[in-house]
Design a protein around this ligand. Structure first.
Ligand code: SF4
Length: 62
């Protein structure tokens, strides 16, 4: 699973990190970043975070 944050559009609201803190966090630049790791079993929460992002900054690929 390939997860990317478009930092050009991320507004650092923290919603993704609140929904799925194992995968998303707010970094030192006050934008979301993806925590490296095993995403198995977290696909549903990752999708929820993607859907909840008001600026569509989360890109999820295979
Ligand atoms: S929900 Fe979207 S805008 Fe908010 S911190 Fe996450 S990626 Fe950025």
């Amino acid at each position: 699973m390939d997860i990317k944050i478009n930092k050009e559009v991320c507004i650092g609201c923290g919603t993704c990190a609140a929904i799925c803190p194992d995968v998303f966090k707010i970094g030192a630049d006050a934008k979301a970043e993806v925590i490296a790791g095993d995403y198995s079993g977290k696909e549903g929460l990752i999708q929820q975070a993607k859907d909840a992002c008001s600026v569509q900054a989360i890109e999820v690929g295979d």
